[in-house]
Design a protein around this ligand. Structure first.
Ligand code: ZN
Length: 413
């Protein structure tokens, strides 16, 4: 059975009609629709002679045993955000299934190294706000004690919702057993941004996932009457925050791939007749280079103090969350570049702004790389998310080539 990329597209459509509605994909992890998607996928796996099980964190593993125990892992996630797109996560799982079928038929069920497919549980964190749940359990970077008390919108506890799907949070760490013999990890994903479409390229090599610094910034000034307070007597907290909102653009623009965003700004008392006495902002900064990220963070702090002083205000910072940049494996980047070039003629290297399961796998010390395929209009997490079918097919071929090259690399190393 040769590789059949058209079948991947057909199966993606099958999954869409089974688990989507007029608002988009509804495969939110730990819901009945997600379980239905997994049941559908288990039937596809049953047509192949592969060992199949769910690990302690609910990740779904299919293993085609090879001559060597060293294993190549191909990963993705069937879960989606509510009203999501048909490709985010699912493309990787179904492309990996096609590659698994090709290996099974080409080597009469016994490839030179073991080939494993994983459908990670709860990549999106859409229901409980904890992304990369299954892959973090695998990587040993999970945070069960903080996570078990999380609740969804209806007040349902995470621990109970997972138990309903057969997952006991106390046993989460056991998922780490799956790391045994893992030699490399590959993940294909839609870009979810506009870069490849703008460049007119179907595919790209992903250099790594950007690190993130996420902070709350509060400017304190003085609430005062908007009619009686002369301009030169004001301590306007919004003025200081507004200057910072413009300055972070200059801070980011010094670096080609850096991004800085002030996504939320709240003013107090927030009425039309008062000078703003307190202004709360959030800042999200990302880059693939840890030094650049640290520099941007420092520059934003310095700028905030300067603007606070200019406006006779004070400023306070509090960390919301951060993660270090995760660069992918140099040898695998090279192989990915070859595969992309062979299939599409040209290659492009770019970092990923969004986080992906591949970052957790890489943090566990397993060589990993990702490949992006163009997203139309750069839109994702939306029912209009789309990619040209010819590009989807090319991506399956490129993943397959990359898988073969990686098998050779595993045998060499
Ligand atoms: Zn995804």
């Amino acid at each position: 059975m040769p590789l059949d990329p058209k079948r991947t597209v057909a199966e993606l459509k099958e999954l869409r009609s089974l688990t989507g509605d007029e608002n988009g994909a509804q495969r939110v992890a730990w819901t009945d629709t997600w379980l239905r998607a997994r049941e559908w996928f288990a039937k596809k796996l049953a047509e192949l002679s592969v060992e199949h099980h769910y690990d302690a964190a609910g990740n779904n593993w299919a293993t085609l045993a090879g001559e060597s125990k060293k294993s190549l892992i191909l990963g993705g996630h069937l879960d989606s955000v509510p009203n999501g797109g048909w490709l985010d996560g699912a493309l990787n799982v179904l492309a990996a299934l096609e590659v698994l079928r090709r290996f099974a038929s080409e080597f009469n069920g016994r490839p030179p190294v073991t080939i494993r497919l994983v459908d990670w549980a709860d990549e999106e964190g859409a229901r409980f706000g904890r992304s990369l749940l299954g892959s973090s359990a695998f990587a040993g970077t999970h945070s069960i004690s903080a996570d078990r008390v999380r609740t969804d919108r209806d007040g349902i506890k995470m621990e109970g919702a997972l138990r309903r799907c057969g997952v006991e949070m106390d046993r989460f760490a056991d998922a780490g057993k799956e790391r045994q013999n893992a030699a490399a990890y590959l993940e294909l994903h839609i870009e979810q941004g506009p870069v490849l479409e703008q460049l007119g390229l179907p595919l790209a090599v992903v250099l790594g996932t950007k690190g993130v610094e996420r902070h709350g910034i509060t400017f304190h000034g003085q609430e005062a009457h908007s009619g009686s307070t002369p301009m030169n007597a004001r301590r306007d907290a919004l003025a200081a925050a507004a200057k910072l909102a413009l300055e972070i653009r200059n801070i980011a623009r010094k670096h080609p791939d850096a991004v800085c965003t002030i996504g939320s700004l709240k003013t107090f008392p927030g009425i039309v007749t008062a000078v703003v006495g307190r202004c709360e902002a959030t800042l999200d900064q990302r880059d693939l280079d840890a030094r650049i990220l640290a520099q941007m963070f420092q520059e934003a702090q310095d700028a905030s103090r300067r603007f606070a002083e200019e406006e006779k205000c004070t400023v306070e910072w509090s960390r919301i969350w951060n993660i270090e940049p995760v660069p992918f494996h140099p040898a695998l980047l090279e192989l990915c570049e070859q595969a992309v070039r062979e299939v599409s003629g040209k290659s492009h290297r770019m970092p990923s702004g969004p986080l992906h399961d591949a970052a957790e796998v890489s943090r566990a010390g397993i060589p990993a790389v990702m490949m992006f395929v163009q997203s139309l209009g750069g839109i994702s997490h939306n029912r209009i998310e789309d990619t040209r079918e010819e590009h989807l097919e090319m991506s399956v071929v490129a993943l397959d080539r990359l898988a073969s090259k990686t098998v050779d690399w595993i045998l060499r190393t």
